[in-house]
Design a protein around this ligand. Structure first.
Ligand SMILES: CSCCC(=O)C(=O)COP(=O)(O)O
Ligand SMILES: [Mg+2]
Length: 260
């Protein structure tokens, strides 16, 4: 087994979710199909609620920003016949969500709606989040060694809490010291990692970020955050250069903390 030593200055472990703590297959085969199958009915049922209207406004704003992109579906504002308008708007939101998901967009607007939709499925016990077998034992060990453990995912903070609160390992939310999503900035922008360090109250070099995406690793590293790239079954392949350049781990148990 290859062991990657965690630098002594590291006091915070920052975890990505999809492809790092959780199989991509769970996201692609369970979480995302749930959205596609239920988005129309969800919008029809919740349309008049404040939360749903905020989600639609955010999606509309995102569609305006995306206007230059091929295939984007604009979301009209209400005008004229109320009943026709409503059905037209709902269909536009559905088409926009499908379009964004077909490109695996990580926009705050899409992620916020997804989080709200998953709430019903998780809280009713119809869905349980999956974590790789090494994740929970390692997080417990790190915390016993005095590390803080945070999440930084494109999935909304609300969705992250649903996953950790309703997992096949039970409610493991208490193992996490805090959550960040794209509201702090995108994961491929180094400024996001500086803001996360500020928000935690540490230096960027006190953080070790574990992710499956090298663009995210590179942005974090630019901010002086330590990184290791996580190689899991089903993750995208890495180039030879990436394999040589980054510290790679296939399990959290391959991280060695000097204090343990
Ligand atoms: C609460 S995570 C749900 C999965 C998701 O929507 C997502 O975008 C995961 O992205 P990550 O940044 O964790 O790779
Ligand atoms: Mg990921």
């Amino acid at each position: 087994m290859v062991v990657v030593s965690v630098p002594a200055e590291v006091t915070v472990i920052l975890l990505d979710i999809e492809g790092t703590t959780t199989p991509i297959a769970f996201v692609k085969d369970t979480l995302f199909p749930y959205i596609k199958e239920n988005v129309k009915e969800y919008l029809q049922t919740h349309w008049d609620e404040e939360e749903c209207q905020q989600d639609v406004s955010l999606l509309r704003k995102q569609a305006e920003e995306d206007a230059h992109l091929d295939g984007v579906v604009p979301i009209p504002v209400a005008s004229g016949n109320a009943v026709d308008d409503l059905q037209q708007m709902i269909q536009a939101v559905v088409d926009n969500v499908y379009w964004q998901m077909s490109h695996d967009r990580k926009t705050t607007a899409l992620k916020q709606l997804q989080g709200h939709m998953w709430k019903a499925a998780f809280t009713a016990g119809r869905m349980k989040a999956e974590f790789f077998a090494d994740v929970v034992p390692a997080v417990r060990r790190w915390r016993e060694a005095g590390m803080k453990v945070y999440i930084y995912s494109s999935g909304s903070v609300e969705a992250q809490k649903l996953l950790f609160g309703h997992s096949t390992e039970g409610d493991i939310l208490e193992l996490i010291d805090g959550h960040f999503d794209t509201k702090i900035g995108h994961k491929v922008e180094s400024e996001s990692y500086r803001k996360i360090a500020d928000s935690i109250g540490c230096l960027t070099n006190n953080i070790l970020f574990l992710t499956d995406v090298t663009l995210e690793a590179s942005a974090a590293e630019e901010a002086d955050v330590h990184v290791a790239v996580v190689v899991r079954p089903g993750n995208a392949g890495l180039t030879d250069d990436e394999k040589t350049y980054y510290n790679l781990i296939t399990s959290f148990s391959e991280l060695y903390l000097p204090s343990t």
